[in-house]
Design a protein around this ligand. Structure first.
Ligand SMILES: [Zn+2]
Length: 115
């Protein structure tokens, strides 16, 4: 996929918006809600690049001590739950169990402060 250099400023803005959005999360939020909240046009964006942004923002918030849970993606057909590594947001393309490709994307949940 070709990189468009002039999109740089826009990318920064998306990450800033994402960061604000995630810090304010009140309940577990899925990919579709994030797309909506970022007011991105789903038809004109690459999910991979938004996923990159999500992971980037999750990492930088973690450095500030703001932690999140990633709730596993599940198969819409058989309910198979995909394993998640702690702070890595990704959307699986296929269920290993039933080969179905309708996957409910993982949800992001703000971790409660322990203090
Ligand atoms: Zn399945």
């Amino acid at each position: 996929m070709a990189e468009v250099k002039e999109g740089h400023d826009e990318e920064e803005t998306i990450r800033e918006k994402l960061s604000t959005f995630l810090v304010d999360l009140k309940e577990p939020t899925g990919f579709a809600e994030i797309v909506k909240a970022m007011s991105l046009d789903q038809a004109h964006m690459h999910p991979e690049s938004l996923i990159d942004d999500i992971n980037h923002v999750l990492k930088s918030l973690k450095m500030k001590g703001i932690m999140f849970h990633i709730l596993p993606a599940t198969c819409k057909k058989c309910g198979f739950a995909f394993k998640t590594t702690k702070m890595d947001y990704k959307i699986p393309s296929k269920c290993p169990k039933c080969k179905n490709s309708l996957i409910t994307p993982p949800m992001i949940k703000r971790k409660k402060e322990t203090r």
